[in-house]
Design a binder for this molecule. Structure first.
Ligand SMILES: *Cc1c(COP(=O)(O)O)cnc(C)c1O
Length: 358
């Protein structure tokens, strides 16, 4: 079976060496030396102000909402992973969906203002598949209406926009280092805070039960990560450029064979992209299901990522209509893409898709 994704693994010896160090130190969690080193190295690698290493990307979303003290309505994208919405709900805010732009599949900035009410406190938008949201327009709107901006940047590790890290846009960017992401720590996540030291302190407290020494400042949670996870991150980080290059090669091959028969989301100008997924948009949902079925018969797994459109989740209180997101969600399919995938396999998959579509 060819899986739709497969975690990158460093050399076994490299990881074991670090595990031996952890055993020697006997410091296995609670902001140990590897966690600190990983934060430092990622900060340098991504050229970001700082990084808070966390247990996962979902906790990164939760802590961001808490840290910014958001209340009321949060404008968000219906075309994302479910955690983007559930974090808003768990933090007792109301998700208000603004439809996506049909080219980038990110939130459509020209539709945001119409959704703002006196209860709106923030915009939580996803750089979906690592494609930058229209960060400049969103910044103007947020300033005008005094809203906070969080980007769910779980897909955007290593992406640059206009010469700087995409993570430096907005008030906060959240990352996921889950096993299936481009860069991973098995389980893990991170917060990039662009609002300075005071908020950094608050996030550090929130991550660790809200206390420091004998002082209990606020109601925090346990969102720390372990030395074993940090060690995996330190092993994987040096490979990131190689991983992105390999993915680029595979994506170019897919495009070569499929460009004329399926639609692809478009990447804004001045983006240095990371090739984190390979989504294709079929003419109809029926065509998608046909292709998915034929590929499965050939032992090739694909994923309807993202489906359904989040505004249609069954546990929302209000029904909201996002026709573009709903339409795209019904027709989009991600093909296998990961570091170990061979280019010959990509050819085989792409030709199978072609056969069904023509
Ligand atoms: C993976 C992902 C998350 C959640 O990250 P976890 O580390 O799995 O908790 C959040 N948002 C998006 C867009 C994701 O793809």
């Amino acid at each position: 079976m060819i899986l739709v994704t497969k975690p990158f693994l460093p050399k076994n010896e490299e990881y074991i060496k670090k595990v031996n160090t952890i055993f020697e130190n006997n410091w296995i969690t609670n902001n140990g030396p590897f966690s600190q080193k990983l934060e430092y190295e990622i900060t340098n690698f991504l050229e970001i102000p700082s990084l808070h290493f966390l247990s996962n990307g979902t906790m990164a979303l939760h802590l961001s909402i808490k840290a910014l003290d958001l209340k009321g309505e949060v404008i968000t994208s219906p075309f994302s992973f479910v955690a983007t919405t559930t974090s808003i709900i768990w933090e007792k805010c109301t998700p208000v969906y603004v439809d996506i732009h049909p080219d980038t599949l990110c939130i459509d900035p020209d539709k945001i203002e119409a959704a703002i009410t006196k209860n709106t406190t923030a915009i939580l938008a996803t750089h979906v598949y690592g494609i930058p949201c229209d960060v400049e327009k969103i910044e103007i709107i947020a300033k005008k209406h005094n809203l906070k901006v969080i980007y769910d940047a779980a897909h955007a590790f290593g992406v640059k926009f206009k010469g700087k890290s995409l993570l430096n846009y907005g008030d906060i960017s959240t990352l996921s280092f889950h096993a299936t992401k481009l860069f991973h720590t098995v389980e893990g996540g991170g917060i990039v805070n662009n609002l300075g030291e005071k908020l950094d302190k608050k996030i550090t407290l929130l991550r660790n039960f809200g206390f420091e020494g004998d002082n209990y400042y606020l109601a925090g949670v346990n969102a720390k990560n372990s030395e074993f996870h940090a060690a995996m991150g330190l092993c994987n980080l040096p490979y990131v450029s190689e991983i992105i290059n390999k993915r680029k090669k595979l994506v170019c091959k897919y495009n070569e064979i499929l460009a004329d028969i399926v639609q692809r989301p478009s990447i804004p100008k001045e983006t240095e992209y990371n090739y984190s997924y390979y989504p294709i948009i079929f003419k109809t949902a029926e065509q998608l299901l046909n292709v998915q079925q034929v590929l499965l018969e050939n032992k090739i797994q694909t994923r309807r990522y993202f489906f359904p459109s989040l505004n249609n989740l069954p546990y929302l209180y209000t029904s909201q209509y996002c026709p573009i997101s709903e339409n795209i969600a019904s027709r989009v399919l991600c093909l296998p893409l990961y570091f170990d995938l061979e280019i010959e396999m990509v050819e085989e998959i792409a030709y199978k898709v072609r056969e069904v579509c023509i």
